[in-house]
Write a protein of this length. Structure first.
Length: 137
């Protein structure tokens, strides 16, 4: 593998990681208000449980690049008083996703910057490869 293709491969893994981080945060934000029954509380009358937010953990790979693992936030929910909810327990409590909008906003900004930086690396590698192929006779 040439140096330029190795650099491009590493940057591509960074693009994939940034995309996974963006998707995880977007899902968390979109479902932040989707309450449900607490896990283990549902039954035939309450089969729906609350959304469980995820976080994207990045790990550096030995040969370059990164790997992303999505991990559920633990416990991932808090109990909120919602006696009119169909998912409320006998005490009127409903499970709500434990999503912090400020943290998710920061995650979105970081992921966007990570995506842009890796895209610039690919663009630069492409320009360098194009320069190498040009010959003036």
């Amino acid at each position: 593998m040439t140096t330029i293709s190795a650099v491009t491969s590493i940057a591509a893994s960074g693009l994939n990681a940034a995309s996974a981080r963006l998707q995880a945060s977007a899902d968390n934000i979109a479902n932040a208000q989707s309450g449900g029954a607490a896990p283990g509380v549902g039954g035939a009358d309450r089969p729906r449980t609350t959304f469980r937010p995820v976080t994207a953990d990045q790990t550096s790979l030995a040969n370059g690049g990164v790997k992303v693992d999505l991990r559920m936030v633990q416990p991932g929910y808090f109990m909120a008083y919602a006696p009119s909810s169909l998912d409320a327990d006998k005490n009127g409590m409903e499970a709500m996703p434990d999503v912090d909008p400020a943290t998710e906003a920061v995650n979105l900004i970081e992921a966007r910057q990570q995506f842009e930086a890796n895209l610039r690396v690919i663009e630069t590698a492409d320009q360098m490869q194009g320069s190498m192929l040009k010959t003036d006779i």
